[in-house]
Design a protein around this ligand. Structure first.
Ligand code: PLP
Length: 424
């Protein structure tokens, strides 16, 4: 099936007389006739539902749809994008391990890695997303377990050279995890270029209507965990599950099964089935919305480029943009609806501009069907030092403009009047 059809049909196929729309199984528990039958579920000897923290039919259907959209073998929904980032790494790392991560990542992820996970004893080396092969190689250590990056970074809009990052990660015997939130699988399917695991904040385009906070982790099933002794959590007996060896018992499903049975069991962070239902409604129209976001964003970027009060514009879909060629390679149908730019007068004018907008909303959000705007240096990336901001590609005057689905003429008219007001 083509991706458009998958958006509508993957993950849930009702049988005769069953509801056409994915039902919300808003139940924590599931009934069994005997304790023996339930015991088998606990021992992972039989498949079935017993407690929603581990598995739930609504959540599983939506996870299966996203796995299909990305071309992966299995997926798990999480209660937020943050939980997805954390679990994706923590599933294969423990105290004493090391991770190579792109410096150009969402501020919350940077904080999770550099502060919180550091406290857990996991060490991170941050590299430029534009690193050469040699520079990337130099970041690896004996105890490196994974490489993490964003396919299209928030908010600096760097397009990752996925093939290069995958090649270097694989040469060191470790997988590449990419956060594919901004392009979505409509515009980029990282597994086709060698990435091993994909994460998303489903809060963004996948939902698209700002109704739920969520995340997802998808496994391509391509990484061979047994090739080295780097991943004992997957390749040696798990005492907390009666000595199960995930790679032996679950093959290509090992990584996601461990994530569910171990991390979800111990740490929680599942979405409510109702949130999964809302996410599914968003996914059903993802293939229609994403191209329109990109079309509108290109028009906005071209308008900004031609405006004398705009000092710089960053949109990888603009010819002449530093990432234009990489964008054509990895996301030829479009990048995302996010455009960043600066205006004459710097930070102060940026604030005036934002306060003068009438249609676009100032919101701690991005990738919504309604146009929204944010100044990352004073909000999402506030905790970063000036040097960290520079490394993350976040200029102090950067305005992150998330172009929505309104008529492009109306969005541009709003920007035009706000730029004028910012210069008074
Ligand atoms: N990854 C990216 C690229 C994001 O933009 C965000 C949030 O903005 C996250 C992860 C975290 O997601 P959430 O806010 O759903 O926890």
């Amino acid at each position: 099936m083509k991706i458009n059809t998958k958006c509508l049909h993957s993950g849930y196929s009702p049988k005769n007389g069953e509801p056409r729309v994915l039902p919300i199984t808003q139940s924590t528990t599931f009934k069994y006739e005997s304790s023996e039958a339930m015991g088998k579920l606990f021992d992972l000897e039989a498949e079935g539902y017993f407690y929603t923290r581990l598995q739930n039919p609504t959540n599983d259907a939506v996870a299966a749809k996203i796995a299909d959209l990305e071309g992966g073998v299995a997926a798990v929904l999480t209660s937020s994008g943050q939980a997805a980032s954390f679990y994706s790494v923590f599933n294969i790392c423990q105290a004493g391990d090391h991770v190579v991560a792109s410096a150009a990542i969402y501020g919350g992820t940077f904080n999770l890695f550099s502060v919180t996970m550091k406290k857990l004893g996991i060490d991170f080396t941050f590299v430029s997303p534009d690193s050469t092969e040699e520079e990337l190689n130099a970041a690896f250590k004996e105890n490196t377990k994974v490489v993490f990056a964003e396919t299209l970074s928030n908010p600096s809009l760097n397009v990752l050279d996925i093939e290069l990052f995958a090649k270097v990660a694989h040469a060191h015997g470790v997988p590449l995890i990419v956060d594919n939130t901004f392009p979505t699988p409509i515009n980029c399917r990282p597994f086709e270029f060698g990435a091993d695991i994909v994460t998303h904040s489903t809060t963004k385009y996948m939902d698209g209507h700002a109704t739920q906070v969520g995340g997802v982790i998808v496994d391509s099933g391509n990484f061979d965990w047994t090739k080295s002794d780097k991943y004992p959590g997957l390749t040696t007996p798990d005492d907390s599950y009666h000595g199960v060896i995930y790679t032996e018992r679950f093959g290509k499903g090992a990584y996601i099964t461990k994530c569910v049975t171990q991390l979800m069991r111990d740490l929680g962070s599942i979405p409510s089935p109702h949130n999964a239902f809302l996410l599914n409604l968003g996914l059903e129209t993802l293939f229609l919305r994403v191209p329109r976001h990109c079309e509108n964003a290109l028009k906005v970027a071209k308008f900004l480029e031609a405006n004398e009060n705009v000092t710089w514009v960053n949109y990888p879909g603009l010819e002449g943009n530093k990432y234009y060629d990489l964008a054509q390679k990895y996301m030829p149908d479009g990048t995302s609806g996010v455009v960043s730019f600066g205006i004459k007068g710097g930070r102060e004018a940026a604030t005036k501009f934002m306060d003068s907008l009438k249609l676009a909303t100032i919101a701690t959000h991005v990738a919504d069907c309604r146009t929204c705007v944010l100044h990352p240096a004073s909000t999402t990336h506030r905790q970063l030092t000036s040097q960290q901001l520079e490394e993350a590609g976040v200029a102090e005057d950067l305005i992150r403009f998330s172009v929505g689905l309104e008529d492009a003429d109306d969005i541009i008219a709003d920007i035009a009047q706000a730029i004028e007001a910012s210069q008074m």
